[in-house]
Design a binder for this molecule. Structure first.
Ligand code: ADP
Length: 628
């Protein structure tokens, strides 16, 4: 049952209206005699309906309704106003203040009150709905504005009869028009590039005739003479006779997209030209590793036309013995996203199988996922054949060197043995000069033996397969010092070194290098006890080692010669040597991609300066080891 608040200062009228409400069972009624007391009552309870007299002692009914709406929110109450006298202006004023129904007291009855209250509730509901609808429209319009702004588009509504165009969003900006400038059909066409105007008009006629949506791309010439590509999509509205009356649509700037497309086309052309002109087979695969493209070199090499190479079809051109390994290697790379590198024999158009080196790298998309693979397959057959020939010739050479060493050392051993027998058996018959001749012959034979061994070592150095990798030069130095333990202790030598860096080298040869150079420092010592220091410094991409001794030194005119085979300078025969050590060091360094030279001063000492490529990363410097 509705809670009704009746506000009237005339007791008789209150009684009469209350009776009508009660008899008609229109609701429960509470009555107040003034605007102020009505406001207090509304603060205490929430009525559903106000029946208010226009004439109140403290204010008029419209003012009261406005105040209550202000205090308690609009449209909470259905309001029926009672007017004592016919007053033409009242319904307008009353409706404006939020009154829903006006009844004249003179014709008040149960029925008129029932209808009045029902109308008031009905209008209150209608008002609520309209307001909700209006709020929804405002929100929709705000959302639409946001979308238009976010999408950076403009819109237009073109009256085809008057030629007037209403527009918004980015329309003016896209057409290079001053903000709020009036837009007409003429203004619109004046902005369009001369070459595109006719096409647009024809297209519009065609679209109108076919009653299809409009979709056009054209150029707009801006005031600074720059052209901008615009796309418009629109819809014609027709009258009942099928005549187009309006065109509603949107415009969008395509300039950047077109520029990016042109750039992409240019890049693609460049990439295709590059792929076509490559002397190798170039291929592209999808992310899963299935081939999607090969350049013309594929057909030129294999003689296979058609697209049987697609997917994994290319494997059919591989030598049957190499297929499984190639498939496994490719599947492993494709699934792990690792660069692919594999050698296999590929069948040439002549039917001959030729060795190929295939490499492929993954191409990553914007979010880091593999979007495709790009690879090449290069004919390395001649290189492989040359390497095989070299390997065979090296093996022959090594066999030959070992044989030669053995065959040369055998007669030398015989010479030494017979000289020894001569010394022992004929000791009593030999005078001092004869014995010194025999000693000289024996030492010559042993020197010859060392030289033969040196030649063998040197020849091995030249063709030994190197295992070049990042290694700790400190390890190589420590191994060399272990091998040199005897001469170090016999000569009471002191060896010190800096923190040793990582280098790109072969462990065995690096050890041999330190051993030869430090061994020379000990061997060619002066009267002082040998003191040798190994320093190491890192440069941009190389490491420099300096092996400095305090020995007899070398005449500066000899420092280049000593790297030649069998060259020994200013040394007595009492110091064992073959003149091959430094030649071997030079060979080692050359193969590792470094350099070697000597700085020396006679009587002061010698420094051998060695440079080597630095390892890709530097290990933390090692603490210097104590002198040995
Ligand atoms: P080897 O020591 O067997 O004679 P090397 O090739 O190692 O042969 O050295 C060639 C020559 O260079 C040596 O004979 C010696 O005259 C000279 N030489 C090498 N290292 C030193 C050094 N640290 N101090 C003085 N002379 C040296």
């Amino acid at each position: 049952m509705a809670k009704i608040l009746l506000i009237d200062d005339c007791p008789e009228d209150v009684t009469f209206t209350s009776i009508l409400i009660e008899r008609g069972q229109l609701g429960s009624c509470v009555a107040r005699g003034s605007g102020a007391s009505a406001m207090d009552a509304c603060a205490e309870f929430t009525p559903d309906c106000l029946i208010v007299d226009y004439h109140l002692p403290d204010m008029n009914g419209c003012e009261l309704v406005e105040e209550l709406r202000r205090r308690h929110g609009a449209h909470r109450l259905a309001v029926v106003m009672l007017s004592g006298s016919p007053n033409d202006a009242l319904p307008g004023e009353a409706m404006a203040s939020g009154v829903h129904e006006v009844l004249h007291k003179s014709c008040l009855s149960i029925e008129s009150l029932r209808v009045g209250i029902r109308n008031a509730f009905h209008r209150l509901e209608m008002t609520r709905r309209l307001e909700n609808e209006a709020r929804r429209h405002v929100a929709l319009a705000a959302r639409l504005d946001l979308m238009i702004e976010g999408a950076e588009i403009g819109w237009y509504d073109w009256d085809l009869d008057t030629g007037e165009v209403e527009c918004g969003g980015r329309f003016h900006r896209l057409f290079g028009l001053p903000k709020d400038a009036p837009v007409t059909k003429e203004v619109f066409f004046a902005r369009i590039h001369r070459d595109d105007r006719q096409g647009i008009e024809q297209e519009m006629q065609a679209v109108i005739a076919k009653r299809m949506p409009l979709c056009l791309e054209f150029r707009v010439l801006l005031p600074d003479s720059q052209a901008r590509w615009i796309n418009t999509k629109g819809r014609f509205e027709h009258d009942d006779d099928g005549r187009p009356r309006r065109l509603i649509g949107m415009v969008q700037d395509l300039t950047e997209m077109r520029r990016a497309q042109a750039e992409a086309r240019r890049n693609e052309n460049l990439y295709l030209t590059l792929a076509d002109s490559m002397p190798s087979i170039v291929y592209v695969t999808d992310p899963a590793g299935l081939r999607t493209f090969v350049n013309p070199e594929w057909k030129a090499f294999t003689g296979r036309s058609g697209d049987a190479w697609r997917g994994l079809g290319w494997i059919a051109a591989i030598h049957p013995e190499d297929r499984t390994a190639a498939e496994i290697a490719w599947a492993a790379s494709a699934s792990a996203g690792r660069p692919f590198m594999h050698e296999y024999r590929l069948q040439h158009a002549t039917g001959e199988y030729r060795w190929h080196l295939s490499r492929a790298v993954p191409v990553l998309g914007a979010s880091g996922e593999i979007s495709q693979w790009i690879g090449t397959s290069t004919d390395i057959h001649d290189r492989v054949a040359a390497e095989d020939a070299l390997r065979r010739s090296n093996q022959d050479l090594e066999r030959f060197a070992a044989l030669a060493s053995h065959d040369l050392k055998e007669p030398l051993r015989m010479v030494s043995s017979y000289l020894n027998i001569l010394t022992i058996r004929y000791a009593s018959q030999l005078d001092a000069p004869a014995r010194s001749y025999i000693n000289a012959a024996v030492s010559g034979a042993s020197r010859m033996t060392r030289m033969v061994e040196g030649i063998l070592d040197y020849s091995r150095l030249s063709h030994q397969i190197l295992a070049i990798r990042s290694l700790d030069s400190g390890r190589a130095l420590a191994d060399a010092l272990t091998n040199l333990e005897t001469p170090i202790s016999e000569n009471a030598a002191t060896i010190t070194h800096d923190p040793m860096p990582m280098v790109l080298a072969d462990q065995v040869q690096m050890t041999q290098l330190f051993q030869n150079l430090i061994g020379n420092g000990i061997k060619y010592c002066s009267s002082r006890a040998p003191t040798i220091h190994v320093s190491a410094s890192l440069d941009h991409d190389q490491v420099t080692f300096r092996i400095t001794d305090n020995g007899i030194g070398i005449d500066p005119t000899d420092v280049d010669r000593i790297f030649e085979m069998f060259t020994r300078v200013q040394v007595s025969d009492t110091i064992a040597g073959s003149g091959i050590g430094l030649a071997s060091c030079k060979r080692i360094i050359e193969r590792l991609g470094g350099s070697i030279r000597v700085e020396s001063m006679v009587g002061v000492g010698t420094t051998v300066v060695v440079t080597l490529p630095k390892a890709p990363y530097d290990r933390e410097a090692l603490a210097p080891e104590p002198p040995r």
